[in-house]
Design a protein around this ligand. Structure first.
Ligand code: DIG
Ligand code: MN
Ligand code: MN
Length: 388
């Protein structure tokens, strides 16, 4: 039995804001003390993480002087080196400061839009300096409580203009950086623009440099929209756009719970891990989650360790599923072709179209088949529950 201990090869990463979450919520004050960046690095190294990700202001306060910035970044880089952590991803906080209360890139105020570009370029510089190769854009304030304030067409154009400008900046700087767009349907705004991963995938081809831009799907955010997260990830993968991923958990129809990975929906978490491992996803397994507000320091460590242990347990279950003779035999039967019909399917030809139109189907027989999914799903359940 593997001991499910995380190692660098698993590429588990956490945002500084995750284990650094103080437990503040809209109805309550912080319950945990703030952790300094160096304490976060030490904590993540202790639990076996591979890397740490950050918003600009998770590390460098928004009003820091250049001298402050220089010292803070030097200390942080020393801590990363001392503890053997890397920074695969960085992002900008364009949602905390009141200046962005009505959006950043999509704000009606051109001064705010310009400030957002300035802040993001500075934050990109910081991320690249720390070694980031993926840059995430989560538009936490890019939305509205009432559509009276602006047309979604103007919002989309402004977001497109901002990304095109920032792609131009990255290209001119010669940074080896890819952009990953993160969708969320709502919160903290009443509605967020481009609310799902699918919406982001439809938006990317409208950009000047679409090859530089992919997506960063988050479990909780697709679940908030009532969607199947693994399907969203599969669509992104199929489009060659799965540049990063935010792992956590969430019950549908709730606020953004950002629970420990696998804490709510074991079966969906299993199918996600199986998908990522089956296709050979090589990116970070990034946990964008936080401990329950009930927890103290020990609970935060248990949260972080639990995220990674759960992933490794489900990875082991996926391997067992793929090696289970009865399950694989049933799947093989389900996937079996039919030589007579195979000739009718495939790329278009007038011959094939004529044959299809002439073919006589036994439709009642097709409807009468017993597909055996109940038995197959029960086998999966028993495998997940450890009785198989
Ligand atoms: C929230 O899901 C967002 C922010 O935490 C951050 O900007 C992004 C990076 O994963 N996710
Ligand atoms: Mn979230
Ligand atoms: Mn996220």
């Amino acid at each position: 039995m593997s001991n499910f201990q995380p190692g660098p090869e698993h590429k588990f990463t956490f945002g500084m804001w995750t284990v650094g979450n103080m437990g503040r919520d809209p109805f309550g004050e912080p319950v945990r003390p703030a952790l300094k960046p160096l304490e976060i690095v030490r904590l993540l190294a202790d639990v076996g993480a591979y890397g740490v990700n950050l918003h600009d202001n998770d590390l460098v306060p928004i009003d820091a002087t250049l001298a402050d910035r220089k010292r803070i970044v030097a200390d942080f880089r020393n801590a990363l080196k001392q503890h053997g952590l890397v920074v695969p991803m960085a992002t900008t906080n364009l949602f905390s400061d009141p200046a962005f209360k009505d959006g950043a890139f999509t704000s009606n105020d051109p001064k705010v839009r310009a400030l957002a570009l300035q802040k993001t370029m500075q934050s990109i510089d910081l991320g690249v300096e720390l070694g980031a190769q993926v840059y995430v854009f989560w538009g936490g304030r890019e939305g509205t409580e009432t559509d009276v304030c602006r047309s979604p067409l103007d919002a989309g154009k402004r977001f497109r203009d901002a990304l095109n400008f920032l792609c131009g900046y990255v290209r001119e700087q010669g940074y080896a950086l890819k952009f990953a767009l993160e969708a969320k349907p709502n919160e903290p705004r009443g509605d967020l623009y481009l609310p799902t991963t699918g919406a982001m995938l439809g938006f990317i081809p409208t950009l000047d440099y679409p090859d530089m831009v992919g997506v960063n799907p988050e479990v909780a955010h697709e679940h908030m929209a009532g969607l199947n997260f693994m399907h969203a990830v599969a669509q992104a993968w199929d489009a060659g756009k799965l540049f990063h991923i935010d792992l956590n958990d969430q019950n549908p129809g709730r606020y953004d719970q950002d629970f420990r990975f696998g804490a709510q929906n074991y079966k969906q978490a299993f199918f996600l891990v199986k998908f990522l491992e089956d296709v050979g996803y090589s990116g970070s397994r990034h946990f964008d989650a936080h401990a329950y507000r009930t927890e103290g320091a020990a609970g935060v460590k248990a949260f972080a360790a639990g995220c990674m242990r759960t992933y490794l347990i489900l990875k082991d279950k996926a391997a067992k599923f793929n090696a289970d003779g009865e399950i694989q035999m049933l799947l093989k039967e389900l996937a079996a072709g039919d030589s007579a019909t195979d000739a009718l399917l495939g790329s278009y030809s007038s011959t094939r179209a004529a044959a299809l139109k002439a073919h006589v189907f036994d439709r009642p027989a097709l409807g009468a088949r017993d597909l055996g999914y109940e038995h197959l799903d029960q086998l999966l359940f028993e495998l997940l529950m450890g009785v198989r």
